[in-house]
Design a protein around this ligand. Structure first.
Ligand code: 0A1
Ligand code: ZN
Length: 884
């Protein structure tokens, strides 16, 4: 998951956005056109004769008319790039079939039949990494969303549920391990050098949950006893040299299994749970029934090669995929428009899990930072869509921060409105009602409504309306009464010019400024365009703390003086609100500075106030370092740009850097002392030691900005003395943004130390592409010629180019070269891996929100891409929406 982006030139066609649809325009699929499939496919038998360059597949489908659907005497079996070798119906060769584009249509005379289709595919030629593909000498699959049709002909839609019996045969040396979903029922050797295995998955599933893996793998094996006393064998399969880095993933898996039993009452339902790590993977991981396939990035971790953030990533993704066994697999989606049914809910589940495993407030801050960094820009741009979209051309483009992260926020709001106990009653009812079914978002809302006893009639608008609501809030005070005046606007988004007010649950507290206390938190639900709430017992005007815990995914415009923000930053007992007050203080200052509203004296005064607030954070002994580290993070350039109608990335970068330097020099001794204190804490995975590592690198960043020589020296000593990747990467990040021989030496040392470890080499590329160094663009161009760079591996492409595209000062280079580079990447990658290529488009798609000179260059690059012949469906859709 993880989660998951282009151009005009003299040869571009400026008229393209208005031109008539091209003959190659991919069709639009609409939610309202959903119809049940005319045929049921209760059983599937697959026979694979495996080879890296040629794999033969015979699929035998037991089909029966679906009494609940319109009648049709043909069955449409989706295919994608497949050739038919033979078709049999009820055991006899058949010629009552035709092709409709890539799909196979078979005419069936009766109500129940058996169809057997043979095909042959070339996994090594599959660079899209969808369907069956070769990765590093092994074979693996990725079928969500529409990859199964690249393996065999099938009604490849999530509402067709079947039980699968799979036989695999392959060379015993090349493929010693043969894995599939469910349980291994039999295996054996043949007379030649091949062997075979037969797997059966008793749980009916849609084709997107099918998986197969074959290759030279070793397993870390463990077990888990479920709440009803069943023993489940757990395996994490990796390449031989990686086995000693699977411990954290295994611990995370066992914790996830236990937590889901305790928190949601969900027990695992097979005797075997397999995870396989592969190095070529488009996303983070995949929840195939009983056989999760993972990007190595989310399995392998040890202290020498993985940062604390990587450890958290492994724990979160392991949990996410495991939780899908109920929210996704036992109850799946009726159609792809319902994707948030499984993804929003599962993201919420993994967030709650991680909150329970570590620090709840810190996890909440991190999740909100992801939402603001990735989802808010999506919601305010040309690609905005509701969490339950109404149409798409390519479903891969809808695995978005909106469907995942905003989807999770929407369900979190339901939970906030009813409380965890009632929410649990709602989810219990949902699982009970829909177990074994392909359900809709509406089914989920209804179950929460009935089970938790909530009225969600108006709340359903969160599923259909895109756009981040803006809430304005003001406190008025008269006599002993404080009145909270609230209003909301849901902004227009593509295809949705007019919006209705939505219920917005806001946790609020009113602080008495004399004693720094409040009389209790209240939940205010703003469900009208404008409303007000009164609170009595305030002799003085109180200080408002609102959207505490980020109770609603909205932006708050609060009319509050800077002193009150400083007050909240020091006194708020809600850690999120405290973080928010500091962020607001910084955002407010940087906006004014960027927009030219400050003279030198104003600027100095604001910087002093901010440095003062930071000083208080450094000195506050009631804070733990994990939280202190969060409070010290400056809002990102992307988030700052998002708060402005039209942003000037150059000015944002300059002002933010200058503020960091000002804080760094005002608090130089404090940061140096913090660095010394934190450096004395020995390595462990305890919260204390993790917190120390976090503030240590924060301190370095500020020191380097305030006093370059001192920062560089300290970074070098942190780098060379590091006994773990968190410290080493943190120091290298600081050095990579600076000039000097230390930068070159450290980068060279890092590469030589880790050049055999692909995940760490990815870090080496990323550190350079995402650095604050002024010559990033040149560095990235040179790195593209590095012998370890390849366009065929998505992790490597992301490590260099995605890091660059999301590095605002480099991407937004004044001469437009960053835009051109990203457009070149999209065009070069599109024929190899369209899914990954399309993920670069949204960055260029931000052109309307950027100052005019850069905006024109961004748009021109989008037009250059649009004019290219033979664009994939993925990239075509993203580029045309971005220009539309
Ligand atoms: N369901 C997975 C995400 C996923 C989606 C598509 C993929 O195909 C390339 C892979 C993974 C999840 O939410 O973890
Ligand atoms: Zn998921």
């Amino acid at each position: 998951m993880d989660i998951a982006r282009t151009p005009s030139t003299p040869d571009g066609n400026p008229e393209l956005a208005d031109a008539a649809p091209s003959p190659h325009e991919p069709p639009t699929i609409r939610r309202e056109d959903y119809r049940p499939f005319p045929w049921l496919v209760p059983e599937v038998a697959l026979d694979f004769d495996l080879g890296l360059d040629a794999t033969r597949v015979v699929s035998t489908l037991t089909v029966a008319r679906n009494a609940k659907a319109d009648h049709s005497s043909t069955i449409r079996l989706n295919g994608d790039g497949l050739e038919v070798l033979s078709v049999k119906v009820d055991g006899e060769m058949s010629n009552s079939w035709t092709m409709d584009g890539d799909d196979l249509l078979v005419t069936l005379p009766g109500d129940a039949h058996e169809i057997a289709v043979a095909t042959e595919i070339d996994p090594s030629a599959n660079t899209q990494l969808m369907g069956l593909y070769a990765s590093d000498g092994m074979l693996c699959t990725q079928c969500e969303a529409e990859g199964f049709r690249r393996i065999t002909f099938f009604p490849d839609r999530p509402d067709v549920l079947s039980t699968y019996r799979v036989r695999m045969t392959g060379d015993a040396e090349t493929f010693p391990v043969l894995l599939c979903n469910g349980n291994l029922e039999a295996s054996g050797k043949n007379d030649d050098d091949t062997h075979w295995a037969e797997w059966h998955d008793p749980w009916p599933k849609p084709s997107y949950l099918f998986a197969l893996v074959a290759g030279q793998l070793v397993a870390n094996t463990d077990s888990f006893t479920t709440m009803s006393g069943r023993e489940v064998t757990l395996n994490i399969y990796v390449r031989e040299g990686d086995l000693d880095r699977t411990g954290h993933a295994m611990e995370s898996l066992k914790k996830s299994m236990e937590w889901d039993e305790e928190t949601f009452g969900r027990e695992y339902d097979l005797d075997l749970f397999n995870i396989v790590a592969v190095s070529d993977f488009n996303m983070g991981a995949m929840e195939n029934k009983g056989l999760n396939v993972f990007n190595t990035k989310y399995v392998l971790a040890d202290e020498d090669t993985a940062t604390d953030g990587d450890f958290d990533g492994v724990e979160g993704v392991i949990a996410h995929e495991y939780f899908h066994n109920w929210s996704g697999n036992r109850v799946t989606c009726r159609d792809w428009f319902q994707l948030s049914l499984k993804e929003g809910f599962t993201v919420l589940r993994d967030q709650l899990f991680s909150q329970d495993m570590g620090s709840e407030p810190v996890k909440r801050i991190e999740d909100v930072r992801v939402l603001r960094g990735a989802q808010f820009p999506e919601d305010s741009g040309p690609l905005a869509h509701p969490i339950r979209p109404d149409s798409y051309r390519e479903i891969s483009n809808f695995y978005t921060a909106t469907v995942y992260n905003k989807g999770a926020e929407v369900i979190r709001m339901m939970r906030t409105m009813c409380g965890p106990e009632r929410f649990r009653k709602g989810t219990d009812l949902y699982f009970e009602r829909h177990d074994g079914e392909a359900a809709t978002c509406e089914d989920f809302v209804k179950a929460i409504e009935d089970g938790a006893g909530l009225d969600l009639k108006q709340f359903r608008l969160w599923y259909s309306q895109a756009g981040t609501p803006r809430v304005s809030v003001r406190v008025e005070h008269e006599g002993d009464t404080a009145t909270l005046r609230l209003s909301q606007v849901v902004p227009a988004t593509p295809g949705q010019p007019d919006k209705q007010p939505m219920p917005i649950p806001l946790k609020v507290a009113l602080f008495d400024r004399a004693n720094g206390q409040h009389k209790g938190e209240e939940l205010v639900i703003l469900d009208k365009a404008e409303d007000s709430v009164t609170f009595s017992g305030f002799v003085e005007k109180p200080v408002l703390s609102i959207n505490r815990g980020f109770s609603a995914p909205v932006t708050i415009e609060r009319d509050i003086p800077a002193e009150d923000l400083v007050f909240l930053a020091a006194n708020d007992d809600d850690p999120f609100a405290r973080y928010e007050a500091l962020q607001d203080l910084v955002v407010r200052h940087l906006k004014q500075a960027v927009e030219g509203e400050l003279d030198d004296a104003d600027r100095a005064e604001a910087r002093e106030a901010i440095a003062g607030a930071f000083r208080a954070v450094l000195a506050d002994e009631s804070l733990d370092d994990l939280m202190r580290g969060e409070l010290l993070v400056l809002p990102t350039e992307t988030y700052l740009a998002e708060t402005m109608l039209v942003a000037d990335p150059g000015r944002i970068h300059a002002e933010r850097q200058a503020l960091r330097a000002a804080i760094g020099s005002a608090l130089e001794e404090e940061f140096a002392a913090l660095h010394t204190r934190a450096s004395a804490v020995p390595y462990s995975l305890s919260a204390e030691a993790r917190g120390a590592r976090k503030v240590k690198t924060q301190a370095l960043l500020y020191l380097a900005a305030g006093n370059a020589d001192r920062g560089r020296d300290l970074a070098w000593s942190q780098y060379s003395g590091a006994d773990n990747m968190t410290d080493r990467q943190g120091a290298l990040m600081v050095l990579a943004g600076m000039s000097g021989i230390e930068r070159t030496d450290a980068l060279l040392d890092f590469y030589n130390r880790y050049k055999g470890n692909a995940l760490v080499v990815d870090k080496w590329f990323t550190l350079q592409a995402s650095s604050m160094h002024p010559d990033v663009l040149e560095h990235v161009k040179a790195l593209a010629d590095h012998p370890q760079f390849t366009m065929k591996n998505p992790n490597r492409v992301r490590s260099l180019y995605m890091a660059f595209a999301y590095n605002p000062h480099a991407f937004h280079a004044e001469d437009g070269e960053g835009y051109k580079l990203v457009a070149d990447v999209i065009l070069a990658l599109d024929p190899i891996n369209p899914q990954t290529a399309a993920r670069f488009v949204p960055q260029l798609g931000r052109w309307r929100r950027i100052e005019p000179k850069r905006s024109a260059m961004m748009k021109a690059q989008l037009e250059r891409i649009a004019a290219a012949p033979k664009l994939s469906r993925d990239t075509y859709e993203q580029v045309s929406r971005s220009l539309g």
